[in-house]
Design a protein around this ligand. Structure first.
Ligand SMILES: C[S@@+](CC[C@H](N)C(=O)[O-])C[C@H]1O[C@@H](n2cnc3c(N)ncnc32)[C@H](O)[C@@H]1O
Length: 342
């Protein structure tokens, strides 16, 4: 059993987890990490406050907290405190960081954070709460999200951030070089597709998403990339493009088992023998006691959709029910990859 000291540490951290997120989001929003990345130098708190137009007192408090969270470093020179980004901040927290998570954090701060107010209600009712808040008659979150173009762009940019961190790992989890014609169902933007074609140069990818989503995201995609195309449609009601491989990244976790089997069965029929479907989602351990990442996504799915996080055997069962025979599974740092073949 944990000592009381350990228990109290866990308690304090869990009680204040939301504050930790908000400290990081606030530093991002005010441009603290961008300033350090651009200046490539350490700066005093007063200099940062002046450049970012904040109070000295508030900025110093925020910077010290970020040092405590290991987002910034602090060194003393001639009795003066000099702040700079940690490697984590340089890599992920500035807008122009090579693996920036800025847009995702902005989305977390502006959407997930306030909407978690409805979590208790979601637990009481056992169903999603957000479509009513979006004030739309549509039954699912994705259609609700696409009700505003700017909102949709923000959602799409937020989703893209994951692929700069995990895209290569996901694409190389299995050898997919035998699949040349790929359809990224519910692909949203070209971020996932770009990772695919960079690892598999002989491939082409069609991004298939709701018409209103594609209308917005195709204009943001790089027009030079001829191997990526967009097609609007509803994967439940419209014909899906012909492909050797259908990818479903963070799609099935948004739907209940029945809808998943309906979609997978449709894809099985669309596949030629040897064709496949690649599921990319956070995967729960078989004993369901972790990982934390899968539990977090599962809670978000309860709040926003009819879906949930699943174990790899649950995904196997869905694929099996849809007629897929050979099933492979590989666990990654955040996402698991499940490949079903006809
Ligand atoms: C959570 S997002 C995942 C986006 C992308 N695959 C990723 O991981 O970055 C789910 C996507 O599925 C799309 N989607 C939802 N219902 C759909 C439907 N019936 N037909 C086509 N796309 C759909 C949404 O518009 C959204 O872009």
């Amino acid at each position: 059993m944990d000592s009381e000291e350990e228990m109290l540490k866990i308690l304090f951290k869990q009680e204040h987890g939301f504050l930790i997120s908000k400290i990081m989001f606030t530093a991002c929003e005010l441009g603290v990490f961008d300033l350090f990345l651009e200046s490539e130098d350490t700066l005093t708190s007063a200099a940062i406050a002046e450049r970012l137009g904040t109070s000295n007192v508030g900025m110093e408090r925020l910077l010290e907290a970020c040092v405590g969270l290991k987002l910034l470093r602090l060194e003393k020179k001639d009795n003066e405190g000099l702040y700079g980004n940690t490697d984590l901040a340089n890599l992920c927290l500035a807008k122009s960081s090579p693996k920036s998570q800025y847009q995702y954090m902005k989305f977390c701060s502006e959407h997930f954070y306030p909407n978690l107010e409805y979590l208790a209600q979601a637990v009481r009712e056992g169903k999603e709460q957000i479509q009513s808040i979006c004030g739309t008659s549509e039954k699912d979150f994705y259609k609700a999200t696409s009700s505003s173009k700017e909102e949709l762009q923000r959602f799409s940019s937020a989703l893209e951030d994951a692929w700069s961190l995990y895209g290569e790992e996901v694409m190389s989890a299995m050898d997919l070089s035998c699949f040349h014609i790929v359809c990224d169902l519910g692909g949203c933007s070209d971020a996932f597709a770009k990772k695919y074609i960079s690892l598999y140069p002989n491939s082409t990818v069609t991004i298939f998403d709701l018409p209103e989503v594609v209308e917005t995201t195709k204009h943001l995609a790089s027009s030079e990339e001829q191997r990526i195309t967009f097609q609007g449609g509803d994967f439940f009601n419209d014909q899906v493009p012909e492909a050797d491989l259908y990818t479903l990244a963070r799609v099935l976790h948004g739907w209940d088992d029945e809808k998943c089997v309906t979609l997978l069965t449709k894809l099985n029929k669309a596949c030629k023998p040897g064709g496949g479907v690649l599921i990319v989602d956070t995967i729960l351990n078989e004993d369901r006691n972790g990982p934390l990442e899968a539990h977090i996504y599962s809670i978000l799915m309860l709040l926003y959709t009819k879906g949930k996080a699943r174990t790899s055997s649950e995904y196997n069962a869905l694929l099996g029910a849809a007629g897929f025979k050979v099933i492979q599974f590989k666990k990654g740092r955040l996402f698991g990859v499940v490949l079903g073949r006809k």
